[in-house]
Design a protein around this ligand. Structure first.
Ligand SMILES: Cc1cc2nc3c(=O)[nH]c(=O)nc-3n(C[C@H](O)[C@H](O)[C@H](O)COP(=O)(O)OP(=O)(O)OC[C@H]3O[C@@H](n4cnc5c(N)ncnc54)[C@H](O)[C@@H]3O)c2cc1C
Length: 482
């Protein structure tokens, strides 16, 4: 290895570009290879576009769900009409979504380039030769014009992300049967949208399109939406979805989706056939790890094709690290970025804290939002964590009453003896912002007494977090005395 460490990063999403910035700051010679554009799927098709679309949906939901209670009247004929008084121009919304995504990708490219990183457009894979005598590896880059070039790297980071999973009998046509990356090409609001899959992506799109004005049917193979999430939170969301008119079809699997003229027919395993104008298939994702020379280079993949990594992002092949969705560790942009940075700190000999999954905060951008941090109800019920739990409905919160918020809660988990906060769930508008105080508590092992004693603003939704902590303190005392 020469004086300057040569790093090649394949994939320029949050896992890749954040790693590139850190590595450049630490003095490495860095090249990022990306086939679609910096920012990755996160910026171009997934996280940024969906949250931009949801920003429009949020305004509509806030207005629709509370204007009458808050004493707002509508001028003119709109008030008398049976249909909704406000509507959306989806073409305009989607053009804004795409503009923002491209601008964000451009900003990232600029800041990465300014940091001294070389950005190459193309498809990268590991070279066939394995590790050379000096420990370096070859990365082969195929450019958009089909030309190839070979790079040498002392360290390689793979952060190639995932792509939508497809079912052979429900292949997207990009017009009426769509995956989530194609939703931003629609010009007119789907009159009837069938969403297949009730995980995070399915639930976010179903909620958003319902708010935009589509009649939505959500097909869920499980008992309730959002399997794997906090059951109380999922129950609140499903209840809100149904109350707003969504047709939630539980315990049903879509077996096929096909075009019939200008409509889509979805056949379910129950024998039912449902019909809509559009269908979104959101049934999970597949890692972008095929045909990259990974296994040939000694990089171990699991049964799902995800790259196996340790807590400092090392793969089974010396000098090869991996970060982000292609590792399947925790499919979040924030985690991808953290894994990428950790890889670079480790590779370049800087101080490094291994990834700690128990302090990750995540959010589902439905209305209400569902934010979670730390140990979960499932961890408590299966005995992985011994914790006392409290759930405080927002209904009793003064600010919630003033704002016309009826749904949601704050839930806290603490250790029975010490009262140390180990997890929490917030179901509320902007739960993504409210979870931070609980995140701080979990990250710093604060006790419920410490959380309870910090001032909150009156009136505020965060007052419920402090109140939950106070009540947990009482419950913990009662349990230790009994
Ligand atoms: C609809 C949706 C909404 C989401 N919303 C959120 C959210 O709100 N918050 C959140 O934290 N997470 C969200 N996520 C998850 C988030 O998008 C991912 O966790 C994140 O994108 C992972 O980053 P990454 O760097 O691993 O990969 P990506 O962002 O997928 O980037 C990978 C890049 O590598 C490129 N690439 C692939 N193969 C090659 C190759 N061989 N050579 C060169 N380049 C290659 C790809 O083209 C892509 O540009 C969402 C996901 C979806 C599907």
């Amino acid at each position: 290895m020469g004086d300057v460490t040569r790093i090649v990063i394949i994939g320029g999403g949050p896992g890749g570009y954040e790693a590139a910035l850190v590595a450049a700051q630490l003095g490495a010679e860095v090249t990022v290879v990306d086939r679609d554009g910096l920012g990755g799927a996160s910026v171009l098709t997934d996280c940024v576009p969906s949250k931009t679309l949801i920003a429009t949906a949020e305004v509509l939901t806030n207005f629709d769900s509370s204007y009458q209670e808050l004493g707002i009247t509508l001028d003119g004929e709109a008030e008398d009409r049976a249909e909704r008084a406000i509507s959306v121009d989806l073409g305009k919304v989607n053009r804004r979504v795409k503009r923002l995504a491209i601008a964000q990708s451009h900003d990232i490219t600029q800041s990465v380039t300014r940091a001294g990183v070389t950005v190459l457009r193309g498809k990268g894979r590991l070279g066939a030769g394995g590790q050379a005598a000096d420990g370096s590896r070859e990365v082969v880059v195929e450019g958009p014009d089909g030309s190839t070039q070979s790079l040498r790297a002392d360290t390689v980071l793979i952060s190639t992300g995932v792509h939508p999973r497809e079912a052979p009998d429900a292949l997207p046509d990009g017009e009426r049967i769509l995956n989530w990356t194609q939703m931003y090409d629609i010009e007119e609001l789907p009159a009837e949208l069938i969403v297949v899959g009730s995980g995070v992506t399915g639930a976010e799109f179903a909620g958003a399109y319902q708010a935009l004005g589509s009649k939505v049917t959500l097909v869920s193979s499980r008992d309730r939406v959002l399997p794997g999430e906090d059951p109380d939170a999922a129950e609140v969301l499903e209840d809100v979805f149904r109350r707003r008119g969504m047709n939630v079809m539980s315990r049903r699997r879509a077996e096929s989706a096909k075009r019939v003229g200008d409509r889509v027919e979805v056949a379910l395993n129950t024998g039912e056939v449902i019909s809509g104008t559009h269908c979104l298939i959101a049934i999970g994702s597949i890692p972008n790890t095929a045909d990259m020379g990974l296994e040939e280079a000694g990089v171990k993949l699991n049964d799902w094709g995800q790259i196996v990594v340790d807590r400092v992002s090392r793969t089974s092949a010396p000098g090869v690290y991996a970060a982000g969705d292609c590792t399947g560790v925790f499919m979040l942009a924030s985690v991808a970025a953290m894994q990428g940075r950790i890889a670079m700190y480790h590779a370049l000999g800087d101080a490094v804290q291994p990834l700690n999954l128990k302090t990750i905060a995540s959010n589902i951008f439905t209305d209400p939002e569902i934010a979670t941090v730390g140990y979960t109800a499932a961890d408590v019920s299966c005995g992985k964590m011994d914790a006392v739990e409290i759930k405080l409905p927002l209904r009793g919160n003064p600010r919630a009453k003033m704002q016309g918020i009826r749904d949601g809660f704050v839930k806290l988990f603490c250790r029975p003896g010490t009262g140390i906060v180990v997890g929490g769930v917030v179901v509320a508008p902007r739960a993504s912002e409210l979870i931070h105080s609980i995140s701080l508590a979990v990250d710093n092992s604060l006790t419920v007494e410490q959380v309870a004693s910090a001032f909150t603003v009156y009136p505020s939704l965060s007052g419920s977090t402090a109140e939950a902590a106070r009540q947990l303190h009482i419950r913990k005392r009662a349990e230790s005395e009994s």
